[in-house]
Design a protein around this ligand. Structure first.
Ligand SMILES: Cc1ncc(C[n+]2csc(CCOP(=O)(O)OP(=O)(O)O)c2C)c(N)n1
Ligand SMILES: [Mg+2]
Length: 344
């Protein structure tokens, strides 16, 4: 029983005001820009999927942008980040090239994984993204392996493992928490608790909605944060990552959030046939991480309305240009199907 957690999921006693104390204007505008870029890019994918321009499924994280952006702001290029099926924000927040990102989702040769993976197999090692896979929880032990490697190699690099409340139900996640703790591996586990595993609410799947109970069980320091509050996430990441880099072993962030679209693709109601409550979606949309940051920036006169409008226009242009270029980019050749599978 944790009051803060309960208030977050039940929308009780919440102050929606974001506390920006200690953050510079540059930091805050950067947060806004990054979150808006991710939002615009994902909304572009939503409409392209609706029009059947994209061949495979896309798992959109609209509404959850603050988590990746807040964590990424505390990482170095040599840190190793692992994602899963809903990882657009994870890779874009690290600075992935938006054209290569779109090209991958369209299956083009210039894509992040040379067009071989699509939305759920993203890879961008130069920016620290070591991959996403559709196998729920599949990358969690890989992040622990990367953390153990950092211990052996005596670097102060960390690894980050993003996973969802559904993934928490996989045995390997529990083994990973235990192994990271016992080896003192610098792994930041980021549990994105959006309360749903495809169509099913967490309360129908677990005896308690709070995932941090597993961090407690494994003696891993943890922080529960409002996943729609960028500065809270950044502060929690800062605190935990400092300990990770100082050799104190793993940390765990439970970011409570909500995805606006259904489990897959663009509709709000497509959750394997079971509709979510429309009222709940409405309440969560009021807690939009982007709107909340804009509000405080305007109130504190850290930005003007016209500046936000210019920023939006610029970002929309960046997204549109990258998309158009990706549409025109060539597909991989038939030959590359073999040359990328077999050595020589
Ligand atoms: C091992 C495995 N089991 C089941 C699935 C089917 N599946 C894909 S996504 C998903 C839900 C995962 O929920 P969660 O981890 O909470 O992530 P979210 O989709 O909410 O971001 C499921 C069950 C899968 N891809 N892999
Ligand atoms: Mg989930």
């Amino acid at each position: 029983m944790n009051n803060f957690f309960d208030n977050l999921i039940n929308h009780n006693n919440l102050s929606e005001t974001i506390n920006v104390k200690g953050f510079s204007r540059i930091d805050l505008v950067y947060f806004l820009k990054q979150m808006m870029l991710i939002r615009f890019a994902e909304n572009k994918l939503a409409s392209a999927r609706k029009e059947n321009i994209i061949g495979g499924p896309v798992h959109l994280g609209v509404g959850q942008e603050a988590i990746a952006v807040g964590i990424a702001s505390k990482l170095k290029k040599t840190d190793k980040v692992f994602g899963a099926h809903r990882s657009h924000a994870h890779v874009l927040s690290l600075g992935a090239d938006i054209f290569k990102f779109f090209a991958e989702i369209l299956g083009k040769d210039s894509g992040l994984s040379r067009g071989m993976g699509g939305s759920m197999h993203l890879w961008d090692q130069p920016n620290g993204f070591y991959g996403s896979v559709p196998i729920v929880s599949g990358t969690v032990p890989l992040a622990v392996g990367a953390g153990i490697a950092a211990v052996i190699q005596k670097t102060d690099d960390i690894s980050v493992s993003y996973f969802g409340d559904g993934a928490m139900e996989e045995g390997v996640v529990h083994e990973s928490l235990n192994l990271a703790r016992i080896t003192n591996a610098p792994v930041l586990f980021v549990a994105e608790n959006n309360l749903f595993s495809s169509h099913m609410h967490i309360s129908l799947r677990q005896p308690d909605n709070m995932l941090s109970r597993f961090a407690i069980a494994n003696k891993i320091p943890y922080q529960i944060v409002d996943g729609n509050d960028i500065t809270s996430i950044s502060k929690a990441a800062h605190k935990l990552i400092k300990n990770l880099r100082n050799g104190r072993g793993p940390g765990f962030i439970e970011a409570v959030t909500y995805r606006w679209y259904g489990h897959v693709d663009w509709r709000e109601d497509v959750d394997v046939g079971v509709n979510r409550s429309k009222l709940d979606i409405k309440k969560w949309k009021k807690r939009d991480p982007i709107l909340r940051l804009k509000k405080v920036l305007l109130e504190k006169k850290l930005i003007k309305k016209i500046e936000i409008e210019c920023l939006e226009k610029d970002l929309n242009n960046i997204v549109e240009l990258a998309w158009e270029k990706a549409l025109l980019a060539p597909f991989p050749t038939d030959q590359s199907l073999l040359s990328r599978v077999y050595a020589n």
